[in-house]
Design a protein around this ligand. Structure first.
Ligand code: NAP
Length: 281
C-alpha cells in the first residue's frame, strides 16, 4: 500500500516516520521544496514533491496541513486521486472539515490523532509520537464502512487507542480537554507577564519550575494552531471558556470571602476527578 502525506510538519512528518518504519511506501507533498528535501534526508518519506501529482498512486492519503488549508487542499487534490483512494485529515477540529470534505470526496474519513508537542515543522517530527495516544475517527452516516475499516487498521499500527464519534461530539469534547487548556495556559502566561514590579517579575521567572512548566506548556505551542482552534471551534470553545470563567469567579469569591471550607471542597473534588481524564494513559 502507498501512503500519501500532505503537509510535512510535526504531525505529517511523524506519521511518515512511523509508516515507513512499518514498511509502507510513503509519498510526501509539502509547500516548500526545502521541507521536501529534509523529509527525504530524514527518512520521513520515500519520495517528496511540492506537487500533488505525486499522490496519483497513493491508496490512503493523510492531509496534515494547517486547519484552514485542509478543504482547499482536498479540492486541488481530487483530480489526481485514484478512484478507490481513501483520504483522511488530522485536523484538530472536525465539524468545519468533515462535511465539506465528504462532499468533495465520498471516500473521505475525518480523523484526529491526539498527540503533539510544543515544536512544529519537519524538524520536530518524531518516531513513535502517537504511541498510546488517543486517535479519534469521525465518520458520517454516509462514510463508506470499508474506508473506516482500512483507516482503523492502518492507524492501529501506530500504537494508538482508537475512538469513534461524530464530528460535532469530537469538537465539543476537545473544546474541554484541548482547546480550553490552550486558552487558559495562554492567559496564565499573559497574566504573569503583566506583573508591574520588574524585580518581582524577574524573581518569578527565576523561580518557575515544574508546576509552571506543566501549566504553561500548551499555551506556548504553535500560535497558528491555537488561532485555528478558536476560529473553527468557536462555539464549543466559548461554552467551555464561559464555564471556566464561572469556576474561576467562584474560586475568587471563596478566597475573597475567606470561605475556606468551600474552597477545600473544590480542591478535594478536583484532586479526585482529574484521574478520570488520565486513567487509561
Ligand atoms: P506544522 O508542524 O506547522 O506542519 C504543517 C505543515 O504543513 C508545514 O510544515 C507546512 O510545510 C505544510 N503546509 C502548509 N501549507 C501547505 C500547503 N498549502 N500544501 C502543503 N503543505 C503545506 O503543524 P502541525 O502541528 O503538524 O499541524 C498540522 C495539522 O495537524 C493541523 O491541521 C493540526 O490541527 C493537526 N494537529 C496538530 C497537533 C499538534 O499538537 N501540533 C495535534 C493533532 C493534530 P512547509 O514546511 O512545506 O511549509
Amino acid at each position: 500500500m502507498n501512503i500519501g502525506i500532505i503537509g510535512l510538519g510535526l504531525i505529517g512528518g511523524s506519521l511518515g516516520l512511523d509508516f515507513r518504519a512499518q514498511g509502507y511506501t510513503v509519498l510526501g507533498v509539502s509547500r516548500q521544496q526545502s521541507t521536501c528535501d529534509i523529509a527525504v534526508q530524514k527518512g520521513v518519506v520515500d519520495e517528496s514533491s511540492t506537487s500533488l501529482k505525486l499522490l496519483a498512486t497513493a491508496d490512503l492519503i493523510f492531509i496534515c496541513t494547517p486547519i484552514h488549508l485542509i478543504v482547499p487542499t482536498l479540492e486541488k487534490l481530487t483530480p489526481y486521486l485514484k478512484k478507490q483512494a481513501i483520504v483522511t485529515d488530522v485536523g484538530s477540529v472536525k465539524g468545519a472539515i468533515v462535511d465539506n470534505c465528504s462532499q468533495l470526496w465520498p471516500n473521505f474519513v475525518g480523523s484526529h490523532p491526539m498527540a503533539g508537542k510544543t515544536e512544529q515543522g519537519i524538524n520536530a517530527a518524531q518516531l513513535g509520537l502517537f504511541v498510546d495516544a488517543p486517535y479519534l475517527i469521525t465518520p458520517l452516516e454516509s462514510t463508506p464502512k470499508c474506508a473506516v475499516k482500512i483507516l482503523t487498521e492502518i492507524v492501529e499500527k501506530l500504537g494508538c487507542q482508537i475512538y469513534y464519534s461524530s464530528p460535532e461530539e469530537h469538537d465539543r469534547a476537545v473544546a474541554w480537554i484541548s482547546h480550553l487548556p490552550v486558552m487558559i495556559s495562554t492567559s496564565l502566561i499573559q497574566a504573569c507577564a503583566e506583573e508591574q514590579d520588574p524585580n518581582i517579575r524577574q524573581l518569578a521567572e527565576n523561580l518557575a519550575s515544574s508546576g509552571f512548566r506543566d501549566t504553561s506548556r500548551v499555551g506556548a505551542g504553535n500560535p497558528e494552531l491555537g488561532l485555528m482552534m478558536a476560529k473553527y471551534n468557536r462555539q464549543a470553545l466559548l461554552i467551555s471558556l464561559t464555564n471556566y470563567r464561572q469556576n474561576l469567579d467562584q474560586i475568587i469569591d471563596h478566597i475573597a470571602g475567606e470561605k475556606w471550607q468551600e474552597l477545600e471542597e473544590i480542591l478535594v473534588s478536583s484532586h479526585q476527578y482529574r484521574a478520570n481524564f488520565l486513567k487509561s494513559k
